[in-house]
Design a protein around this ligand. Structure first.
Ligand SMILES: NC(=O)c1ccc[n+]([C@@H]2O[C@H](COP(=O)([O-])OP(=O)(O)OC[C@H]3O[C@@H](n4cnc5c(N)ncnc54)[C@H](OP(=O)(O)O)[C@@H]3O)[C@@H](O)[C@H]2O)c1
Length: 245
């Protein structure tokens, strides 16, 4: 039976690169997001690259009512169900400081919305007894930095949620991978200057697929971010609070 991948936030630049890898493996796709025209274009690309089926479906992390049709589609499939979460939004810290109401949306997009969806999907994945959950977090979630600590807090919350979900689903044969990208050349970082170790979306997508195949628990991608974040996490708070990094 052919596995199915649910891709949440399938209009993301990284998600589209990942969806193409899924298609090249000959697996089915449910491409979930807000922009149906863009999702339909990605679906056509996936079919052209070998997916037996690729369907666009509406998903808004801020609207739980949008989750049910996706869960119904997943229930109707046969074989393993996999899910990859690419949803996220990153207002600048200045924008948030000027309008703290943005905090709720930032946390919903990157953490609570995806967590609600995964919590609803989890029993079905447990029943199937196989499959993978990919959660895209960020190095920003490893430490609260001056420049983006609300976005970072949303990712830290998501990392902790994924850690617990891994503990739960591992008991039924479902594997959870936490992905911590560094800076990636996508719509989210468009126009930003001087980003260190800027990576291309294809590189992140192939690292994610390798992590799924090798059943990795947590990955930094590109790998250079593992030593970088190991150093950053080890800086004592008394020093870290004075740094602008
Ligand atoms: N780019 C980086 O440097 C970087 C670094 C670390 C982690 N990440 C993470 O990687 C993931 C993918 O981001 P990206 O870099 O590929 O940027 P992107 O192209 O801006 O993708 C963000 C995705 O999130 C979706 N989204 C935002 N709010 C949503 C909502 N309420 N409901 C449904 N979808 C929503 C967007 O949909 P629309 O197209 O409808 O807006 C888009 O598909 C994100 O979780 C991001 O935080 C990125």
């Amino acid at each position: 039976m052919t596995p199915t991948w649910i891709i949440l936030g399938a209009t993301s630049t990284i998600a589209r690169a990942f969806a193409r890898l899924v298609a090249e493996r000959g697996e089915n796709l449910l491409l979930a997001g807000r922009d149906m025209a863009e999702l339909n274009r990605t679906a056509a690309d996936c079919i052209n690259h070998g997916a037996p089926s690729a369907e666009a479906i509406a998903f808004d992390a801020r609207d739980m009512a949008s989750f049910a049709p996706i869960l119904d589609k997943a229930t109707a499939t046969e074989g393993a169900i996999n899910v990859a979460v690419f949803v996220g939004s990153m207002p600048t810290q200045d924008e948030i400081d000027g309008d703290p109401a943005l905090i709720a949306g930032t946390i919903t997009d990157s953490f609570t919305g995806p967590a609600q969806f995964l919590t609803l999907l989890a029993p079905l994945m447990e029943d199937r007894g196989k499959g993978a959950v990919v959660g895209v977090g960020s190095v920003a979630g490893d430490r609260g930095r001056l420049g983006n600590y609300v976005y970072g807090a949303s990712k830290a919350g998501f990392h902790t949620y994924l850690s617990g979900l891994r503990n739960r689903l591992g008991r039924s044969g479902v594997h959870v991978v936490t992905v911590k990208p560094g800076t990636v050349d996508t719509a989210m970082t468009w126009g930003m200057d001087g980003l260190p170790f800027l990576a291309q979306p294809d590189k992140i997508a192939s690292d994610i697929m390798r992590a799924v195949d090798k059943k990795k628990n947590v990955i930094y991608t590109p790998f250079i971010w593992w030593p970088v974040m190991t150093v950053i996490k080890s800086i004592p708070e008394a020093i870290f609070k004075k740094l602008k990094i």
